[in-house]
Design a protein around this ligand. Structure first.
Ligand code: BYC
Length: 314
């Protein structure tokens, strides 16, 4: 088959909702887009452990601490599934991590904001994981088999993360005046960054058109953002929180909550590395990656030893 026939056959498989597997033929652009998006996704899971890790030693009870620890470990696990799924496309983890540390790969903008108090842990679980679920439920239907299967598993765990965050917020809202104010303050600071997680508006999204043709994304940035807003506004009102948007209003015709303009200058400034915590997140990652070099060397030496032994016994 010539290139054009291969491309047509590939697109026909996508259109028929078949999953593409690692050894199947795929266009170079499909592979590159997946590597970009999946590695960014993996990096987001790992960098996302940092803002929460900040509160493990200050959790208000043993129960809260155990739950937070379990959640952070889950995020590390999600990073591992995603790095492994990305490796099926022919790049190895060392290269992905180099790209991140050299500033050639991104991670989600939302993790460049600081966690100032315990209510922020509630807001991250509820809003950030809540936004991630909406996006990842869509990605579970994507055309690349390993990514789609990783998403199925990850979404199950995100459900627990979202509920633990909402529980923290709900508890604080039934507490003292000071606790209610802390919860509202966290809501005010995390609402807009959570909306930005879905990426630029569809009209500004560089990759959406091609990614949707290949079913790497099966729904657009704006459609998912709207779904998240619709769900979350109701949840906020239920526990007495105010959404920090004076333009928020319910549209009875479209059945959607309309919301005010997103500050895209802030978004792009953070994506370009100028957010409040970008530098800290990256220097922390580099420091602990370097300190963990001996673990990787030991694991590799063990693996080589094991392979030698197996070869001898065969
Ligand atoms: N942040 O054409 P577009 C978690 C970039 S972790 C930074 O729409 P695309 C958790 C985009 O990369 C899970 N950059 O792109 C963990 C592109 O630049 P490049 C987080 C962003 O890829 C711990 C440019 O803007 N979820 O839940 O078609 C604790 C144009 O955008 C962002 C994921 O990682 C952003 N928010 O669509 C708690 C989701 N948005 O690459 C919780 C996986 C856009 O050309 N990723 N950009 O230099 C995706 O679904 C898609 O990549 C996006 C963007 C929807 C984010």
């Amino acid at each position: 088959m010539n290139e054009e026939q291969k491309l047509n056959q590939f697109q026909a498989r996508i259109d028929a909702d078949e999953k593409i597997e690692p050894r199947d033929w795929m266009p170079d652009g499909y592979r590159k887009t997946l590597i970009r998006q999946m590695s960014q996704h993996a990096h987001s899971e790992v960098i996302g452990m940092q803002p929460e890790g900040n509160w493990v030693l200050r959790a208000p009870s043993l129960r809260a601490k155990k739950i937070l620890l379990a959640k952070i470990q889950d995020e590390g696990g999600h990073g591992l599934y995603l790095y492994s799924a990305t490796e099926t496309l022919g790049i190895d983890r060392t290269e992905m991590i180099e790209q991140l540390q050299q500033g050639n790969a991104k991670y989600s903008s939302v993790f460049n904001y600081p966690t100032l108090n315990w209510a922020d842990i509630g807001a991250i679980g509820w809003l950030v994981d809540g936004a991630a679920i909406v996006n990842q439920t869509m990605l579970a239907k994507c055309s690349y088999g390993p990514y789609s299967r990783a998403m199925l598993r990850i979404c199950k765990e995100e459900g627990f993360h979202q509920r633990q965050g909402y529980e923290i917020m709900g508890k604080m809202m039934t507490g003292t005046q000071a606790q209610r104010e802390m919860a509202q303050d966290a809501m005010n600071r995390w609402w807009w960054p959570a909306l930005m997680m879905f990426g630029p508006h569809d009209s500004e999204s560089a990759h959406s058109q091609e990614s949707m043709k290949w079913k790497i994304k099966v729904e657009s940035n704006d459609k998912l953002r709207q779904r998240f807003v619709n769900r979350t506004v109701e949840q906020a009102h239920h526990i007495g929180l105010t959404v920090p948007d004076p333009l928020l209003s319910y549209n009875k015709e479209t059945l959607n909550w309309s919301f005010g303009p997103i500050n895209w200058d802030e978004f792009w400034s953070i994506v370009k590395g100028n957010g409040p915590c970008n530098e800290q997140r990256m220097s922390h990652h580099i420091k602990y990656h370097n300190e963990g070099a001996w673990v990787r060397e030991a694991a590799l030496a063990f693996e080589e030893n094991l392979t030698k032994k197996q070869t001898v016994s065969i």
